[in-house]
Design a protein around this ligand. Structure first.
Ligand code: MN
Length: 288
């Protein structure tokens, strides 16, 4: 039996942009040709030592129709939403928000100097769940499974992973998209193999160092996202001091209509979302 290895379909360089009230960030993917990343919609990386790059934060703004997963590496960020949830994210923590029918929230840095860095991933919801009630969860770093095996460090935010005879389970459960989200600091020079479910979209984002995928001509270097072929396992060897995110999920295969922070299936649903937001109904499930 031969084992299929996932190869590189596309290499994507993030582009510098700003969002919120002027936060400088790198949009690794998002907005353009979203079907390629299904069920993921967007991945942003933010990281700066300069307060001017992040201090303005993300004042109150809406979301509808998908989920956001924020993973802080360093720094402090405060989430507050219309449901009265308030959560302070510190380095290593994760915030998981299901916008569903509608959320209005702010995401504001809680520091005036020093480094702030992390990621925000947007995960789509299937049509049947897009208008479900919103929810919010803070997951402190201490609750997220992490292991070091043979010199490689694994932190499992979502999905399942068997390591050294033990099955780890991440902290995010999304039935339809069944996401896998791993922060991996691999030992250098050792080939690592990670199984990924057949037919799932998979990608790796190298945020430090570089990796060489098995059977692929070119390495993936810091700042590059590799979108992988649809079947097989992930097999690669990392260079020194490498860190990467591994993402995989079950594609929804539904039409995607997006207007900024609203992600629905049709243009009519987008217009409804804009109108609901203007009329104060985005966060009200009691009015049709
Ligand atoms: Mn937001």
């Amino acid at each position: 039996m031969t084992t299929t290895v996932r190869t590189l379909q596309e290499v994507i360089q993030g582009r510098a942009t700003s969002d919120g009230a002027g936060v400088k960030l790198t949009r690794i993917f998002g907005g353009r040709g979203p079907e390629r990343f299904d069920p993921f919609l967007m991945l942003d990386a933010f990281g700066s030592d300069k307060a001017d790059d992040y201090i303005a934060g993300f004042p109150p703004h809406p979301h509808r129709g998908f989920e956001t997963v924020t993973y802080m590496l360093v720094g402090k960020m405060l989430h507050e939403d219309h449901m009265g949830n308030k959560g302070l994210l510190n380095g290593g923590d994760v915030q998981w928000m299901t916008a569903g029918h509608g959320v209005i929230h702010s995401e504001m840095p809680q520091q005036e100097s020093g480094r702030l860095s992390g990621f925000q991933l947007w995960l789509n919801l299937p049509a049947r769940d897009k208008m479900k009630p919103p929810s919010y969860r803070d997951v402190p770093a201490a609750q997220i499974p992490e292991r070091t095996v043979d010199g490689s460090y694994y932190k499992l935010i979502a999905g399942e992973l068997s390591l050294a005879g033990e099955t780890l389970r991440g902290v995010i459960e999304a039935d339809a998209t069944d996401p896998f989200f791993l922060d991996l600091h691999p030992a250098a020079g050792v080939e690592l193999v990670l199984p990924i479910k057949a037919g799932y979209t998979a990608m790796v984002y190298v945020y430090q160092g570089g990796i060489q995928l098995a059977g692929v001509e070119r390495p993936l270097m810091q700042g590059e996202l590799g979108l992988l072929s649809r079947d097989g396992e992930l097999r690669f060897t990392a260079g020194e001091d490498t860190r990467l995110l591994v993402l995989a999920g079950r594609p929804l295969g539904e039409p995607i209509a997006q207007y900024g922070p609203f992600v629905m299936n049709t243009q009519a649903e987008i217009e409804q979302a804009i109108s609901d937001y203007r009329n104060g109904r985005l966060t009200r499930m009691d009015v049709a």
